[in-house]
Structure formats: C-alpha cells, structure tokens
Design a protein around this ligand. Structure first.
Ligand code: GLA
Length: 728
C-alpha cells in the first residue's frame, strides 16, 4: 500500500514486512525518513515530530549535511556524494530540484527499452511517482518506486526530462539514493575474478566513500552489481539487511558513503565514471532499475524474497516456470577439436545417460580451430560439420535430444571475413591502437547496422539449424570505447549506448525465437545480473567446474540469485582449471544444487562412472521441480564452518532436500555439530525411510540433526543428499 499523508507531507510505502517513509520538507526538499520494520502509531508520531524539528532550514543554519535526503542534488551545502550531477547549457553545475507533485499508479509503468521487472497484474505491485522540478532550467526529475509488498521489495528508477529550451549534460544519474540513519554499518560485497566469481566478503564500513563498480563495459568478474548493508552484525537469521541489486549489465556503481555522524548514504545506478549524456530539449533519460530488498530476519529472509522475485518478476517468457532441460555441453569435452561423428558419439552417450539437450559450444563457424579467428563469421565450418548445422541438428534431434548452439555476437576476430569487410564496425578511436583480448575486438553494438547484421546472420543460423537453446557468450572487457559517428560531445554516451544495443539484440532474438532457451555467459559469470536475467532465463555461473571451488561460488551467488538460474555442470577430473579430482558424487551433488548439466566427454568415462552418472541424472529428474521451483536456504557457511550445507523445500513444504558437504575434514577429536533445518512445517512429521528417521519439522529446525555419516566422516570430502518427505 502506498499512501500520502497531506497534513504531514509524508509518503508511506508499506511492504508486508517493512515501511518506507519519505517526507517533503517545508522548503520542498525530499527527505528520507525511514526504511525498516513497520512502525507503530506512536513510533511513527515520534519519528515525524523529530523530523519536523530537524527539517526546518533557517538562514542561520542552512546545512543540508545533517538532513537525511532522498535524492541529493549537487551545488549547495550538502557536500556528501550527490545522487546526480548535471552540467547546464550555461556551464553551471548547480541544480536545485524541489518537490512538485506525485502520482500513485497501479502496477508498474512501461519504461521502454531495457530490462524491467514485471507486474502483469495491477495487484502485484503499485508505483509511486514523485516529480521534482528545477524551475530555473525547466527540468523534471521523476523518481519511481514500485512496491512489491509480498516480497518486501522496492524497485526504483529515475527519469530526467528536459522541458527547457537548451541541451544539458548528465554527468551522473543514480537509479536510487537514500540516507540511512547512524549505525555501525557493515557491507557485504561479492568480488572475484575469472574462475572465482562472487567470493563473499563482509566488513565494517569506515568514514569515507566506498565505490563498488565496474568500468569494464560488463558487470564484471571483479565485482557483482549487488551489495548488502547491515546496521550492525547480521547473520542468516538475525539482523536487519538491506540489499541493492542493479538490473544493468555494463558500467555500474554502488556508492556507500559513511558520513562523520555515521549516517550512510547509498547511491546505486550507472557508473558516473567516463559518463556524459547530452539531453536535448524535449528528451528524457531513463535510468536502469535498482532492486532494493529488506529483511528484518537476516540474510535468509532477504534471499528468500529475492529468489522468488527473480523467478517470478525478472525471468520471463516461455521458460519462466518450465523445468530446464539437463544439458550436455561439448566445451570441456572437445574444445575446438570436433567433427560431426565425434559430437554425435558424445551426444549418444549423453542420451543413454538420460540427458535432454546437447549444446555445441565454440568452434562451429568460420575457420575457428582456436580462439584467434572467425568471430563474426556466423556460418558453419563445413570441414568439421560437412552435413551443416542442420545435418547435425537433425541427427541430434533424431536421438531424441534437443539441440543448442554457442554464439558470441558482440565480438569480431581481426582474422575474419566480417572484419575484412567492415574494419570500422568495432569499437575504436581514430589513430589509436585497437587492443585485443583473447585475440578479439568488440563490435560497436550501438550501431544499428551492426545489430542488423548479427540479427540476420545469427537468426538465420538458429532458424536453419532448428535450435532449441542458445548460449550467448561475451569474453572480454571493452577498450578503446570510441565511435566515429557520434559527435565529439557524445563520446561519453558510448558505454551505455553499447549496452542498450546489446539489450536490443537480445530482445529481438527473444521475440523471433520465443521458445528458444537462452543462457547468458561471459567468460563464465562476468555478466551475472538482473539485466541479463530479464532476457536470458539462466546464466553460466563460472568456467570453473571444480566441485570444491563451486561450493563457494554457488553459495555466495545464492545471496541474490536463485539456483534455478545458475548453470552448474559436472565435468571430468582432474578439473581443467584446478587440476583437482573431486569424487563424481561430490561433483554431481554440486551440479544438482543448481541448473544441472554435464560438460565432459563421457564416452571416455568407465562404464561404472557412466552408470553412476545415469543414476544422478535420474535422481535430478525426480527432484528437479523442488530444486528449480522450491525455496532455497543456506544452512552452513563453508567460510566459517568445516561444512557447507543447504536445503531446498518444495512449495507445499511436503518435501525437502538437504545437501551436505564436508568441505574441510574434521580434525581428530573435533566434535561435529548438528544442523538446524529450515523452511519445514513445524507441526508436520518428516521421514527418511531408508534411515529409519522420523521427526517433526519443529524438532529438525529447533534441535537440529546430525546424520550418522557426518558424525565421524572418514577421509576428506564426504557428501550426502537427504530427501525428507512428509508422512501424510
Ligand atoms: C567462455 C565460456 C566457456 C566456453 C568458452 C568457449 O570462456 O565461458 O564456457 O564457452 O568461452 O570459447
């Protein structure tokens, strides 16, 4: 429910478990009053009384630095980090946006191109639009707050409209900003690198401004566009938690400024680094959206709501609530060295094991025998596939498998027909060297003719080969981000124009192939974000398929993203990146904890291993609805404990799957502790018949349970999956 109290000048947004309060100060500045636990009438009265006293600005004391502001402008005496900064036609960079009016809208308005969480029915969400105006330059700033009350989620974005007569430049425009009250603030971030994405780190904030960001043109391996702040210590069950997830896949920024009075300002949105957008009269600039989640009951509560939100409101289209096929990908099996018969052999073995989809990865086009050539030439390599893609696809379909294909649309190899023909189609600046990464250059996705070419050639390949699945890869950061068509004052727009071009191509291909399942990828998980998930209902989590490393990657990824969207594959050992050999059971349980697949030449596996694999595949098929569409809870943190464990609970709470991994072996004499389950019905009896176990949900959740095999685990890396079923 969103309401406006006219006498108090105060907006109230009520989620099921939070209240968000905004106030218009006597001089028209917008103040942030509260985001947190619902307030009693008395607490609300007290809060408003205190705010009224604080909100008054006199000529003697005009500092806004001690106001908690909602969308701070720049140029006055609030010298903390502003939410936005504009350069007006006269060169001045001072703005003053004051409250003008508001609207409360059912559902969520259409914001045009780009990713956007959905509200199909008006009762799923409600939107508050607050209009601020800078009268001097006739500018309008629309702040949007879409409330998803059941999920305790608020989605914010900002639109700047130039209603004046001269162009201005946007130097910075956050999607969301707010000032949180004084507290010993802590921040959780998800940094990483290639093959080690999203390693969770938590620390106290100190005075100053922390910038979590990407300047790479992709959301990046180095930092995920998601962060949590907590006013003090929090854990899975306890403490208030505030989450900020950006639905954008390029240069992003989450700023956390801890001021001297211990208030915390958060600005989240596009990165202002190297950004400058010229806004002509009559035009509007729409920021990407920022998903803000709140939990009063620790990380679990926040992830629970974010997972449902991502599954229901971010992921869309044909595959939204359909079970995802178990795939077999040939990358780690063959790399670039394959032919029709080899692929078919692997696919046949996959079919025998029970897999459902065969994915042909990199190397099927141009003359691509290694990673130095052919990106851009999306025509089949007849040396490897003499019957063409269609011939292969027909044979794969003939086996009763679906057929998928790898593409990397945004790239061009200098050694390619495309580059010979259109050397100007890549990002570049005249006179500057074009720097390569993985021997490739980046196509300028802001150019419509580039997108049309890709739509045409890739579309044709997908259509002719009757493709059911596409893996959309993106294997380098952007460099020499220049464009000879844009006017000199618009070069600062190119990162964002590139990204909007990528989204446009994704949208067009989605529209042309509505039933094709797209999986996002960027050298593994460098573009794992809500922007991509709007178009691609699943993402390759990491190129690292090592079972042990994956525990940490998948554990941390689950803070914002549900297991349904995390590609998780079993590969051969020793692992191609870490050279470690984890047991097949371990690798299987890790892969089963996400969107399951296999990425190995299983024709080379021993018959006993293939049989074991077939058993896991059969099991996953059975439990898939719970894994993909149930609720997920982290139980034991591998960073703090010698085990990792998590549980999936079916929506009706009648079944639960407990995964346990002995990550480090217990030392001699170290007592193993029981594990408290989550998400069960307290007064329901659950059993595991094979173990003769019968216990109430309450007992399992409150007293905990220590499976026998974990009491004295022998050797390293013991792991188990326990399937609890309600006994009525
Ligand atoms: C990237 C992907 C891999 C694989 C290779 C192919 O690294 O993340 O999964 O597709 O490219 O070149």
């Amino acid at each position: 429910m969103i309401t406006f109290d006219k006498t108090q000048g105060c907006f109230q947004l009520e989620g099921d478990g939070f209240t968000y309060l905004l106030g218009v100060s006597p001089n028209g500045d917008l103040h942030h009053l509260h985001w947190g636990k619902p307030l009693s009438t008395a607490a609300l009265k007290k809060l408003l009384g205190e705010w009224k006293k604080r909100a008054v600005e006199t000529e003697h004391h005009v500092s806004r630095e001690f106001q908690r502001r909602e969308f701070p402008d720049f140029g006055h005496n609030d010298l903390r980090t502003p939410a936005f900064q504009l350069e007006h036609a006269d060169g001045y960079r001072i703005s003053e946006f004051l409250y003008d009016s508001f609207q409360i809208l059912p559902g969520k308005p259409d914001f045009g191109p780009g990713p956007s969480s959905r509200a199909e029915e008006a009762d799923q969400a409600q939107t508050l639009k607050i209009i601020l105006k800078d009268k001097l330059h006739k500018l309008e700033l629309d702040l949007y707050y879409t409330l998803y009350p059941q999920r305790n989620i608020l989605v914010r974005r900002t639109i700047l409209r130039n209603r004046g007569s001269r162009a201005l430049s946007i130097l910075k425009l956050a999607s969301a900003s707010l000032d949180l009250p004084p507290a010993p603030w802590r921040l959780v971030r998800f940094p990483g690198r290639w093959a080690k994405e999203r390693q969770m780190k938590e620390a106290a904030l100190q005075e100053g401004t922390l910038r979590l960001e990407s300047r790479r043109g992709i959301s990046s391996h180095e930092m995920n566009p998601f962060a949590l702040v907590t006013p003090g210590e929090a854990d899975e069950e306890r403490g208030e938690v505030y989450g900020f997830a950006l639905a954008t896949s390029g240069n992003w920024l989450i700023e956390a400024e801890l001021f001297r009075d211990q208030t915390l300002r958060i600005n989240a949105g596009l990165n202002d680094f190297n950004f400058k957008w010229s806004l002509a009269p009559g035009k509007a600039f729409v920021s990407p959206e920022c998903v803000m989640a709140y939990s009063a009951s620790g990380f679990s509560g926040l992830s629970f709501n974010l997972h449902r939100f991502v599954r229901e409101r971010v992921v869309g289209g044909f595959w939204q609530s359909r079970p995802r096929p178990m795939l077999l990908n040939n990358w780690e099996a063959t790399y670039f060295k394959f032919n029709h018969d080899k692929l078919l052999q692997i696919a046949r073995a996959g079919k025998e094991a029970g897999l459902e989809l065969f994915v042909l990865d990199d190397g099927w086009f141009g003359r691509r025998d290694d990673d130095t050539t052919s990106l851009g030439d999306w025509f089949v390599d007849k040396r490897k596939l003499p019957k063409g893609l269609r011939g292969l696809s027909d044979d794969i379909h003939g086996l009763g498998l679906k057929f998928g294909l790898w593409i990397e649309p945004e790239m061009v190899s200098p050694k390619s027909l495309l580059y010979q023909k259109h050397p100007d189609w890549c990002l570049h600046a005249p006179g500057r060297r074009r720097r390569m990464a993985r021997s490739q250059l980046v196509l300028d996705m802001s150019r419509p003719e580039v997108r049309d070419y890709l739509f045409g050639t890739i579309g044709k390949a997908l259509e002719e080969a009757r493709v059911d699945y596409v893996k959309w890869d993106m294997n380098r950061s952007l460099s020499e981000v220049g464009n000879e068509i844009l006017t000199p004052n618009r070069q600062g727009e190119l990162y964002f124009r590139y990204l909007m071009g990528v989204y446009d191509l994704m949208a067009r291909l989605n529209q042309r192939f509505p039933k094709v399942l797209f999986e996002g990828c960027s050298g593994g998980g460098a573009r794992f974000d809500l922007g991509v998930l709007h178009y691609h209902p699943q993402i390759w989590t990491s190129d690292n398929t090592d079972g042990l490393d994956r525990i940490f990657i998948q554990y941390a990824t689950s803070f914002a993203y549900p297991p349904l969207v995390m590609g998780a594959h079993i590969s051969s050992v020793p692992n191609h990146i870490t050279h470690r050999s984890m047991s097949l059971k371990w690798r299987a349980l890790v892969a089963m904890s996400g969107n399951f697949g296999v990425e190995a030449d299983i024709t080379k596996w021993k018959p006993s291993e293939r049989k074991e694999l077939a058993d896991y595949i059969r099991l996953y098929k059975e439990i898939r609805p719970i894994i993909q569409f149930g609720d997920f809870y982290r139980l034991e943190n591998p960073h703090h404990s010698n085990r990792a464990s998590w549980i999936f609970v079916s929506p009706d709470q009648k079944e639960a799957l407990l995964f346990m991994f002995q990550v480090t072996p217990p030392r001699k004499g170290e007592k193993q502790t029981g594990i408290k389950l989550k998400g069960l019905k307290a007064n329901q009896t659950y059993e595991i018949k094979e173990l003769g176990l019968k216990a109430s949900g309450r007992k399992l959740m409150e007293d905990g349970w220590l499976p026998k095999s974990f009491k004295h685990p022998k050797g390293s890396y013991h792991c188990e999956l326990f399937h609890f079923k309600a006994n009525n």
